[in-house]
Design a protein around this ligand. Sequence first.
Ligand SMILES: O=C1O[C@H](COP(=O)(O)O)[C@@H](O)[C@H](O)[C@H]1O
Length: 257
Amino acid sequence: MAEMAVGKSKPKVNVFDSEEDLSVSLAKYTADLSEHFAKDRGAFTVVLSGGYLIDCLRKLVEPPYLETVDWRKWHVFWVDERVVPKDHADSNYKLAYDGFLSKVPIPSGQVYAINDALSAEGAADDYETCLKHLVDNGVIRLSTVTGFPKFDLQLLGMGPDGHVASLFPGHPLVHENKKWVTYIKDSPKPPPERITYTLPVINSSAYIALVICGTKEAPAVQRALGDGSELDPLPVQMVSPEDAMAWFLDKDAASMI
Ligand SMILES: O=C1O[C@H](COP(=O)(O)O)[C@@H](O)[C@H](O)[C@H]1O
């Protein structure tokens, strides 16, 4: 069983020789948290990102976890989504469905995809309204510290520029501190229109796993795990959940630390 943190603790940095080893460890970490929250509160709220993360969840859809995880307790959300149809190659929902959700028995009503019939602004408002309903009915907790929703686990990736979710370095969205979900129409990484959780929502979560593979990401990882003295931190440097943060790095991503 993973150690369950009480209060904010120092981030744990895990470095693996191979992506295969990383995937094995990430599966155990996620399954342990699933067991903890399913017993503790009868629900496990999990936030996915897009990108490479989904591939790193491959061991979670295999035995023993396929049988031992209580998938009926899972509620699945996206930290960001591209404003494209759900069957589009750029859709984070499609990526997660094809690589993860289609392989595990999570009830379909507990998978909260964006409404792909709406504009970016409409989809962000609609997603925030959906989260508010789930707070009202007790599926999602509210942080007593920040008043923002407190997800049990957010599984995040990071781009080579240090972006997390769709919060990009130097973009004003990084400083949004009122909304839960917002939108961007000029994303520097295509596609340009996306919705994203704001930093306060990311940081109000109980646990965050930052999952990063590859040499292109190594400079941003080095900066993020440095002394944090920069005046203009990267979005990844601003990530700090309420209870515990764990880094899952392959040896290429960790090559400069
Ligand atoms: O555009 C996005 O990029 C980040 C990082 O993706 P990766 O392929 O470099 O792992 C991802 O976390 C985010 O969800 C996605 O929309």
